[in-house]
Design a binder for this molecule. Structure first.
Ligand code: ATP
Ligand code: MG
Length: 420
């Protein structure tokens, strides 16, 4: 992508009312646009990051047998009334509206009830099970506070998956496979080391649910962790019983600030019983399906990555989700031979399948470098009079600041990613 043609420029200031660091940086770098508090549009650079996070998530959900679908944003009142969750007293984030033709609709903040109801059309016998489906969808939640930038949106992208199993054994196996798949997702996103499978309050069926909590000062949660034992407990379930069960003492735990990047629930057969989702087992009895629900906050994760890896100059993207791998910066300063050379390098890198953002703008070096630091691509490759004379390019790693000088050949060897 040529930066001269890129839709969105960097800007010096974020909106005055934007208090969160992730949104300030993302807005200044032109990744997102703030429509209103808690509501952000994703522009080309930001969308590339979202898509990469989705692609990693998608791949891991497919590994465990998930199939992608997309549910509707508009939801029926009756569906939620059945489980007593239409009531604003029970769910405090509803957006609701009225149909002109008459009747109320809700805007999807979750899809547990609607998908359970939908499955009544597809699950009748044990032969129809198991079913594992997931979607990426914009959820709408009327959050009271929206001060954490894209980490808490009133509109945000979630990956939500639902499992429907015929017996406890299969159900538990899938639940555990999801925990592993989630950790692989966070590892690949670069936040695995600081992300903990956390015991949190459960629901009607289980004592605990599992949250995936990532350490960051920008988080709104607090959990207790023990790194050696790899134990993490949400403060809401920190009590003697939990400690005993997990074989850890209070003294061994450390309090950390975190953001919840995922949450999974084991409903047992309770949810299906409430919804009326049953199947005929081999003995010919009609019994409720075993259900689980599994969420990852796609756009929240993006915010967490910005918060964790940014420095005073700007963002620092991990390679796996960076909008481009290389920021190619030409400092031709009117010298057409350097410009031509940089153009050629851009074409070759791109032809080799390397993702390059090419700063081909007529601008001062300082301005280009500041923008490049702010945007935070993993590597910067500089083409200037000096690098041209020496036949080597200056390659700077954004994260470490490490500088290397490389020939064209060495560049390709370093950056061409073999097709897996
Ligand atoms: P929180 O406690 O932070 O309000 P939640 O427990 O209500 O979140 P879930 O219903 O478990 O959220 O949703 C699944 C995932 O979606 C969460 O783990 C989180 O990563 C993400 N998420 C939830 N609410 C938001 C939001 N308002 N903005 C962005 N991401 C969100
Ligand atoms: Mg949650």
């Amino acid at each position: 992508m040529k930066q001269s043609r890129l839709f969105t420029k960097t800007r010096r200031e974020a909106p005055a009312d934007e208090v969160s660091r992730n949104a300030q940086l993302l807005i200044r770098a032109g990744f997102v646009h703030k429509e209103m508090a808690g509501v952000y549009a994703y522009l080309p650079l930001g969308l590339r990051v979202v898509e990469k996070i989705k692609e990693i998530t998608r791949a891991e959900m497919n590994v465990i047998g998930g199939q992608e679908i997309i549910m509707t944003a508009l939801q029926k009142k009756e569906t939620w009334e059945r489980t007593n969750r239409w009531d604003d007293e029970m769910v405090d984030v509803w957006f609701k509206s009225e149909l002109k033709a008459g009747g109320e609709v809700g805007f999807g903040w979750s899809h547990e009830e609607p998908i359970g109801e939908m499955m009544q059309n597809y699950i009748a016998s044990y032969k129809d099970l198991p079913v594992y489906v997931y979607q990426f969808q914009t959820k709408l939640r009327n959050e009271l506070r929206a001060k954490s930038g894209i980490m808490r949106g009133r509109e945000f992208v979630m990956k939500d998956m639902y499992s429907f199993s015929l017996g406890e054994e299969d159900h538990t196996a899938f639940y555990n496979a999801t925990i592993d798949a989630y950790m692989r997702v966070y590892d690949r996103l670069g936040i695995g080391k600081d992300t903990f499978v956390t015991f949190a309050s459960g629901g009607a069926f289980t004592q605990f649910s599992h949250e995936f909590q990532t350490i960051t000062d920008a988080g709104e949660d607090q959990i207790y962790i023990n790194r050696e034992k790899n134990i993490a407990i949400n403060e809401e379930v920190l009590n003697d019983e939990t400690l005993l069960k997990l074989n850890v003492t209070r003294e061994e735990l450390q309090l950390v600030k975190t953001a919840e990047v995922g949450n999974i629930f084991n409903f047992g057969r309770q949810k299906a019983a409430d919804i009326g989702l049953t199947f005929m087992n081999e003995a010919g009895e009609n019994i409720p399906v075993w259900m689980g629900s599994y969420g990852i906050g796609i756009t929240r994760v993006m915010g967490v990555i910005v918060e964790k890896f940014s420095d005073e100059k700007g963002m620092v993207w991990p390679e796996s989700v960076a909008p481009f791998l290389i920021h190619l910066v030409e400092l031709s300063n009117g010298d057409t031979s350097i410009k031509d050379f940089a153009d050629g390098l851009y074409s070759t890198l791109t032809a080799k399948g390397i993702e390059v953002l090419y700063d081909d703008r007529v601008a001062r070096a300082g301005e280009k470098f500041n923008d490049s630091d702010l945007i935070g691509l993993p590597y910067r490759v500089i083409v200037s009079k000096k690098t041209q004379e020496e036949g080597k390019f200056e390659v700077i790693e954004r994260r470490t600041g490490e500088v290397q000088y490389m020939s064209e050949e060495e560049l390709y060897n370093k950056f061409v990613r073999s097709e897996a």
